[in-house]
Ligand binder design. Structure first.
Ligand code: NAP
Ligand code: COA
Length: 263
């Protein structure tokens, strides 16, 4: 018997990258998977990649900024499979922009996707969670705690994600709902890193700052998510868990660091 056999997982932002990797990890452990993102084409292809591996999965198109739309996708999931055991909130948007060149709408857009989106996904899931025993996992980032050049929007948004994680762990813990966040470091072959280190030079410069001197893989993050979703993590809640090769130990870049132009 696989450790998540019979569990239902809902993965927001699950059409690509780290979140799709998490979906594959949860599915390999036995969970059925509902995926949500904006693009109908991307989400259909992602669901098909799970089905081709023999997993029970389907995809729905919705924007995490739209509470009613997210409610509908959760309702559809619970309609199909009765209740929901695992919710991953990983939808995010990011780009490199200095504060002086960032419009109010640019800042708001990232806050809305990452922070409001995480609240929406977790809050809308609440009536459908199997209690006790449900597990919520937010996807944060090291820049939630470390100010970073040209990332004021993402730093502020992910700092908020960490606080949403902790507040919900506090409020929903007595009902047997565990809420944690994974804080990935630089992960290979992802849209996030294509945007933040677009050239081989910036990638090498960033790797020199990572104590383990390499990017992580999507599977590194998936393995942690599977662990958090199982009973092995039954006493862990309200935690922000780095999986980052030690990246959190390095300080912020100075403004005159050549990497600061990119990262
Ligand atoms: P990605 O492949 O671009 O994943 C982002 C996902 O979110 C996509 O599936 C995208 O699909 C979806 N999405 C974006 N806006 C949405 C919205 N408004 N509503 C619904 N879905 C939306 O990026 P990634 O690099 O793998 O990042 C995944 C997560 O890991 C993010 O939370 C990111 O902040 C975090 N992270 C990444 C790294 C890294 O090294 N890459 C490091 C630290 C943290 P659609 O376009 O179809 O909507
Ligand atoms: N630099 C500065 N501002 C930018 C920008 C950039 N590279 N990209 C977008 N913006 C601004 C826009 O100019 C706009 O502000 P304005 O109205 O004042 O001009 C605002 O952000 C919204 O842009 P828009 O393109 O309408 O947003 P969207 O909701 O369609 O897309 C994004 C959201 C911008 C985050 C888009 O990059 C996206 O969909 N990203 C998802 C994938 C991703 O980022 N993956 C990595 C995850 S870590």
């Amino acid at each position: 018997m696989r450790e998540l056999q019979g569990k239902i997982a809902f993965v927001a932002g699950g059409s690509s990258g780290i979140n799709l990797g998490i979906a594959h990890g949860l599915a390999r452990a036995g969970a059925k998977i509902a995926l949500v993102s904006r693009s109908a084409d991307k989400i259909a292809a992602a669901a098909e990649s799970l089905q081709q591996d023999g997993h029970d999965a389907f995809g729905m198109s919705a924007d995490v900024r739209d509470f009613a739309a997210i409610e509908r996708t959760l309702h559809e999931t619970a309609d199909r499979w009765e209740s929901i055991d695992i919710v991953v909130s990983g939808a995010a948007g990011n780009f490199v922009a200095s504060a002086a060149r960032l419009s109010a709408n640019g800042f708001k857009t990232v806050i809305d996707i990452d922070l409001l989106g995480t609240f929406n996904v977790f809050r809308a899931s609440y009536p459908y969670l199997r209690k006790p025993g449900a597990v919520l996992i937010a996807i944060s980032a090291g820049l939630a705690e470390r100010p970073s050049m040209n990332q004021i929007h993402a730093c502020a948004a992910k700092a908020g994600v960490n606080m949403v994680t902790k507040c919900l762990a506090l409020e929903w813990g007595p009902e047997g709902v565990r809420v944690n966040a994974i804080s990935p470091g630089p992960i290979d072959d992802t849209e996030g890193m294509r945007r933040l280190t677009p050239t081989p030079e910036t990638e090498e410069a960033l790797k020199r700052r990572i104590p383990l001197r390499d990017y992580g893989s999507k599977d590194d993050i998936a393995q942690l998510a599977v662990f958090l979703a199982t009973d092995k993590a039954r006493y862990i809640t309200g935690a922000i868990i780095p999986c980052d090769g030690g990246s959190a130990l390095a300080g912020s870049l100075a403004s005159d660091d050549p990497l600061a132009a990119q990262v």
